[in-house]
Design a binder for this molecule. Structure first.
Ligand code: MRU
Length: 356
């Protein structure tokens, strides 16, 4: 695939610190925020400087490197316990994306094996997590693109692109690969109220990479489908439960209900680090509720009558029965259920076949 359709990277480790592309400022300003401590990384995750499930996990992994550096400087013998508070800060930064917990568990496992100064070894592991995510995205891109038959238009929700991952993207990775292969002619992007990830991030990302994008309010998505304008809905995930239920950005569930009503196929693209075998089903997924101001205000200006309140769940759960395909780096699961998700974890290495 030509690099022309893959130019954006939101997370960089350089000069001994973490640089995050500040997604609160896009598309107007392209600025990187430097984080030199673990609490700064936790704050960046909480305030959505960096967002998207895999990107949160990667940022937190680099946050562990910073925590270990500071802890070792203060207490060379007891650095593990000295960094516990920082680890908890990182862990609790956002609740729904399981990649955060997954990345921290992986870093904790490495911490147990280190005898001397931990920084170099932990940095190596964080870099591995980062690089593996990009490789997984490229593999999912190939697998997902194969599912798209005739050249068509697709709808996506939120931002599941390079900005939300180590690079290339999950849903947008499939879109990048399928566009390069001539299978996608246009991407429709839900604006994604209230934080506007679709309008501010997905549209920007696709324009940067030369992929035609048309924005719509998510209330228009059912009508887009009724008009026969899209063949697939392609989204990412924040957590996939053991039975195949998928938590993703609020509005994903309505997109799935509408897709089924109109015979449009529904694809979820997510690495194994987003699947949580310990969460039995969608009811058990913690759903983040964000501040009411995200709905009641726009750019600091009130949008509604003083005294009105808002309900702001940041995610919803799409039941497995509404999903046609879950694409992972280890293979595609058609019509997901508990048995097929379980079998995916038994398999070795990469595979691209459905398990039916
Ligand atoms: O609140 P956000 O912007 O972090 O939510 C992000 C999403 O819901 C994405 O669709 C999901 O994390 C998949 S990203 C590859």
């Amino acid at each position: 695939m030509s690099d022309r359709h893959d130019t954006i990277r939101a997370i960089e480790w350089r000069d001994d610190r973490l640089y995050l592309l500040d997604q609160r400022l896009l598309p107007h300003r392209l600025e990187y925020l430097a984080c030199g401590t673990a609490p700064a990384v936790a704050e960046a995750i909480r305030k959505m400087v960096v967002r998207g499930a895999p990107a949160i996990g990667i940022a937190a992994a680099y946050g562990v490197v910073l925590a270990a550096r500071d802890a070792h400087a203060v207490d060379p013998a007891g650095w593990r316990s000295a960094m516990e508070l920082d680890l908890r800060l990182l862990e609790s930064a956002r609740p729904t994306a399981v990649n955060l917990k997954w990345a921290l568990e992986r870093m904790r496992a490495v911490m147990q094996q280190i005898e001397k100064d931990p920084e170099a070894r932990l940095l190596q592991e964080a870099r591995r997590i980062h690089e593996e995510d990009v490789r997984a995205n490229r593999r999912m891109g190939e697998l997902g693109a194969e599912l798209i038959g005739e050249r068509c238009a697709v709808l996506t929700h939120c931002n599941a692109g390079s900005l939300a991952t180590g690079g290339f993207g999950t849903a947008l990775g499939v879109i990048r690969a399928a566009f390069s292969a001539g299978r996608i002619e246009r991407v429709y992007a839900d604006e994604t109220r209230p934080w506007l990830q679709g309008a501010r991030l997905t549209a920007w990302e696709l324009v940067q990479d030369g992929i035609p994008v048309t924005l719509l309010v998510e209330g228009a998505a059912a009508w887009l489908m009724a008009r026969g304008l899209v063949e697939w809905v392609i989204v990412g995930a924040d957590r996939i439960a053991a039975n195949g239920d998928v938590a993703n950005k609020i509005g994903t569930y309505s997109a799935a209900v509408n897709a089924r009503r109109h015979g449009v196929k529904f694809m979820v693209v997510a690495p194994l680090s987003t699947i949580d075998p310990e969460t039995p089903d969608g009811h058990s997924i913690p759903i983040e509720e964000r501040p009411q101001e995200e709905i009641l205000e726009l750019a600091g200006q009130p949008l509604t009558a003083a005294g009105a309140t808002a309900w702001n769940p940041s995610f919803d759960v799409t039941p497995a029965e509404l999903i046609d395909a879950i694409v992972t780096e280890r293979g595609v699961i058609l019509n997901p259920d508990r048995k097929k998700i379980g079998a995916l974890f038994q398999r070795e290495g990469d595979c691209c076949n459905d398990q039916e």
